[in-house]
Design a protein around this ligand. Structure first.
Ligand SMILES: C[S@@+](CC[C@H](N)C(=O)[O-])C[C@H]1O[C@@H](n2cnc3c(N)ncnc32)[C@H](O)[C@@H]1O
Length: 336
């Protein structure tokens, strides 16, 4: 027979591994990660080792029963698939059935699918950043209504490079749904943050996401960054307008994806890097998913033609947000 201390140690270890498992399910669920990326094998092991009802209840509390899921839920289809998979794995383990899981699935089966869903990402502080997104990857003729991996990569890099943002005025180009900027505003203490894009629906969504994260645009001297959302078309913006942002740092993620817009993007970057005689040039960082090496090569060669030097800098070391890391993502620092 185990000594009481050994039994206590074992149950503490069980509780700790259960917490780790449900935390991992929570992070993946709210970020709407591919179901295949969930730690199903750990769940199956855990269902055999511990009380299956405790394990499943923990997971339900941290996902579909979490208050965040009431206010800013992942899509109906995603919740349905998630619960169906949970039931399948649970049934395969031959554990006692848990009514709560079936009730949760029944509730979501009756819900109507909407064109908009929410993805939430846990910051190291324990707070969530939430973005409202389109369910479709491309909708209303734009790629800007969903979060792309490069935004998550840049956000992770920002968390490790606070000096590039803290106390600074930051301008973001092609913000899309706004994830990178929301993370910077919530965790990197910029003095001022300007989200920008050119597409009317993206700008509307950006306004909504800024408000959703308690960053209502304001310019008064309250604590926290002065946040604004601006229409800024790379093709049309003037050097004078760019100077109004007084940017110390300029960032962009996943803006190098279409050879047709590479030239106007480089022209814009050239204007940004035209430093005022007495002033300091902003630090410019562009994070790109290298889907098509030709398009990326074109971007680099256009930078060189415009006399903009570029250097790939080390990416983030720590994985904070769950996302698909199979494609190469590179962050370039640009210099005049
Ligand atoms: C692939 S999305 C990336 C969105 C976001 N940065 C991310 O990584 O999730 C590209 C973004 O660039 C914006 N964009 C494309 N052409 C633009 C232009 N000429 N002026 C301003 N924004 C533009 C799009 O509206 C879209 O939001």
């Amino acid at each position: 027979m185990n000594a009481p201390e050994q039994t206590e140690d074992k149950s503490d270890a069980c509780a700790a591994s259960r917490d780790g498992l449900s935390a991992s399910f929570q992070a993946s669920f709210f970020a709407m990660c591919r179901l295949g990326s969930f730690p199903w094998h750990d769940l199956e092991r855990s269902l055999q080792d511990a009380s299956s009802a405790d394990v499943l209840s923990d997971i339900l509390q941290k996902t579909v029963h979490h208050p965040l899921c009431k206010n800013n839920p992942p899509s109906v289809k995603y919740r349905r698939l998630f619960l169906s998979e949970l039931i399948k794995r649970h049934e395969a383990s031959a554990a006692e059935p848990l009514d709560d899981v079936y009730d949760a699935l029944a509730a979501v089966l009756g819900a109507e699918e909407e064109p908009v869903c929410h993805k939430s990402y846990l910051l190291p502080s324990g707070d969530f950043v939430t973005v409202s997104e389109s369910v479709a990857v491309i909708s209303e003729g734009t790629t800007g209504l969903v979060t792309w991996e490069a935004a998550l990569h840049l956000a992770e890099w920002a968390l490790e490079n606070l000096g590039a943002f803290s106390g600074r005025s930051v301008l973001e180009l092609g913000s899309g749904a706004g994830l990178a900027g929301l993370v910077v505003c919530r965790a990197c203490s910029p003095r001022r943050y300007t989200f920008s894009d050119c597409h009317p629906s993206v700008l509307q969504r950006l306004h909504g996401n800024v408000r959703l994260n308690g960053l209502a645009p304001r310019r008064d001297p309250c604590p926290g960054p002065a946040v604004s959302v601006e229409e800024l078309d790379w093709e049309a913006v003037t050097s004078e307008r760019l100077q109004e942002f007084e940017a110390d740092t300029v960032i962009a993620s996943d803006v190098v994806y279409d050879p047709d817009i590479v030239c106007c993007l480089v022209q814009l970057l050239s204007k940004i890097l035209q430093c005022p005689p007495q002033g300091r040039c902003p630090d410019v960082y562009v994070a790109s998913t290298v889907r098509n090496p030709e398009t990326y090569g074109l971007f680099k060669s256009e930078l060189s033609k415009a006399a903009i030097r570029h250097q790939a800098i080390p990416g983030p070391e720590r994985q904070v947000f769950p996302y698909n890391r199979t494609t190469t993502i590179e962050i370039l620092k640009l210099y005049s």
